[in-house]
Design a protein around this ligand. Structure first.
Ligand code: ATP
Ligand code: MG
Length: 567
């Protein structure tokens, strides 16, 4: 490609609301252009990067015998009613009616559609397994579209679905997909971690997320400093505490604690470790139908993990409860406790099971109970409710947990029969019995990956594309196009590189050297060959974008040097 003919509208202006490097540089480098909140046009450079990622995905899927399909973007709302997801997805689903008043949604993901494809067409275990995928635009009316391509409303996703006759076979495919996703991210040149993920209300353990490690990531990961263990903090587990603070000595009693409300105030008041206090967090749990107040109890030294809390009651959302709401059911904020309490649904953290020597609210203003033995409580619902903190023990090896940030670029999930059962998608097994398909789902954020590459690879000048993702690997830059000998050499080099199958752009624009150089850095081509005054000595320069190194090489050695650098 000749730069003079290319549509690459670079600019010095950053988008108004942009904070992240990827958002800024992809817009400034002329890769994408915003249309409206969460909607982007891909310009030629952006489209090339997107295509490269798609090609790698397609190659790795083909190697696993997964087959590409292309499903209708507009999907009948009936399918979403059948699966029961129409309420759960809520406002993220963009719904509309056609001229005949039929209700449709723009596909935010395609489980229902994919099930409807095989339903009544695949009838026998002999036709299984099957793995079908597509790379396609999705639409989710995100509440807060932000960070450019990272969280758009319209975005490109690779979504794959597999169908099996047994859970063993699903397990095998899940492993194959995990390995394929790993290869994709390795080929893209990304540093990543595969972590255990929250499986939502569906439950089960077969859910993993692929996280590109970057400071700007929206997800917090708990990773072990010793072994491979890693989990999204929404799903992270920890080892049993090995060091337990000394227990306070007190017989059971009701104690006046005037205005002592917070855990900090309470542990200060009694001179005890917060481990022995019971923290009550009251939330309004919102369900697909209706809502209720729920009180979550955890040790005072712990923090409530909202996703775990939400899953423990099967809610779709948790919102803070106001003091007025508490008062209505006879609770006093700051003094809520689990004893003699039947005005509210309660869930207690696993780590409070049989806890003794505890201090908790007495459900009366200015009073706490001390010397509480929680094992005296009757029927109690326990769940894992706490956030795993840095320094906690790894559940696998006892190593130390650290927190790090990641960008979720993929999510693979053992679905089982969650969709096939309600949608009545069944096959005849070996014994002639009708069974719902056992399914897996494998998503990858293709347009989010474009941004993730830049989040991990940039500097203060712009993008630094990895070799596999670069829109062009080499930029041949003519410093001054008035110099005929320079133009002649550059043209020849451009031709040679192209013949060798190396994707090259020739910067033949009538612009100043400095201007072209800052474009080269902003766009982030891995290699820029500078054809300039060194040519008089039979030499050219190669700028390595990543290291900022400039190599001066013999003009006849440019191609071989580049090939060496590309590895
Ligand atoms: P998130 O927690 O980031 O909202 P999700 O759990 O809703 O993601 P999935 O439904 O598992 O995501 O979708 C599969 C993949 O699609 C995600 O791993 C992510 O990479 C990508 N993705 C999801 N939502 C968006 C979005 N709004 N913009 C760009 N990519 C997205
Ligand atoms: Mg989402």
């Amino acid at each position: 490609m000749r730069f003079s003919r290319a549509y690459i509208p670079t600019t010095k202006e950053s988008p108004k609301d942009a904070q992240l490097p990827s958002h800024i540089y992809l817009a400034r480098g002329g890769f994408v252009a915003q249309v409206a909140a969460g909607l982007y046009n891909f310009l030629p450079l952006g489209k090339r990067v997107l295509r490269k990622i798609e090609t790698i995905i397609n190659e790795e899927m083909a190697a696993c015998d997964a087959q590409e399909v292309d499903l209708s973007f507009v999907t009948p709302a009936e399918l979403w009613q059948e699966s029961g997801r129409i309420e759960k997805f809520g406002k993220e689903l963009l719904r509309f009616r056609d001229r005949k008043e039929n209700l449709f949604v723009l596909g935010p993901t395609h489980e229902e559609m994919m099930v409807s494809i095989v339903r009544n067409r695949v009838n026998s275990y002999k036709q299984l397994p099957l793995n079908l995928y597509q790379i396609k635009t999705k639409f989710r009316d995100e509440a807060r579209p932000r960070f450019g391509l990272m969280r758009g409303r319209e975005f490109v996703m690779k979504d794959g679905y597999s169908f099996h006759a047994s859970t063993d076979d699903l397990d095998r495919e899940f492993e194959a997909m995990e390995a394929a996703y790993k290869r994709i991210l390795e080929r893209l040149g990304l540093e990543f971690r595969i972590v255990e993920a929250d499986s939502g209300a569906i439950g089960g353990t077969g859910s993993k997320e692929l996280m590109v490690l970057a400071q700007s990531g929206e997800d917090t990961l708990a990773v072990c400093d010793t072994c491979e263990y890693g989990a999204n903090v929404e799903a992270a587990r920890r080892a049993q505490r090995s060091v337990i603070p000394e227990a306070p000595q007190a017989d059971f009693a009701r104690f006046k604690t005037p205005d002592v409300k917070s855990i900090e105030e309470l542990s200060h008041f009694f001179h005890i470790d917060p481990y022995y206090t019971l923290k009550a967090v009251v939330k309004r749990a919102v369900y697909t139908q209706g809502s209720e107040l729920v009180c979550f109890f955890i040790r005072g030294c712990d923090e409530l993990q909202e996703v775990k809390a939400r899953n423990s009651v099967g809610a779709i959302d948790l919102v803070d409860a106001s003091e007025a709401e508490l008062r209505e059911i006879g609770l006093v904020a700051g003094f809520v406790g689990p004893l003699d309490q039947d005005n509210i649904r309660m869930v207690m953290d696993n780590d409070t099971r049989n806890a003794s020597s505890m201090i908790c609210g007495a459900n009366e203003a200015d009073y706490h109970f001390v010397g509480v033995d929680l094992s005296v409580m009757g029927e109690v619902v326990f769940a894992d409710l706490v956030t795993v903190q840095e320094g906690d023990g790894c559940p696998h090896c006892g190593g130390k947990i650290l927190h790090t940030k990641g960008i979720e670029v993929g999510h693979i999930f053992k679905l089982g029969t969650v969709y096939s059962a309600p949608l009545k998608a069944e096959f005849l097994d070996e014994n002639g019995r009708s069974q719902p398909f056992i399914m897996g789902t494998y998503g990858m954020g293709v347009s989010r990956l474009v941004a993730a590459v830049i989040e991990q690879h940039h500097d203060d000048k712009g993008c630094i594309w990895t070799h596999a993702t670069a829109p062009y690997l080499v930029n041949v830059m003519i410093s001054n196009i008035k110099e005929e000998s320079h133009v002649a050499y550059a043209e020849e080099l451009y031709g040679t590189l192209q013949k060798k199958g190396i994707e090259t752009i020739l910067d033949d624009r009538k612009e100043r050297f400095g201007f072209k150089m800052s474009d080269a850095e902003l766009i982030g081509f891995p290699f820029t060959v500078i054809v300039g005054k060194e040519l008089a000595n039979g030499q050219a320069q190669i700028l390595i974008r990543k290291t900022k190194e400039i190599l001066t090489v013999d003009k006849d050695a440019v191609v071989s040097t580049l090939q060496g650098l590309m590895g």
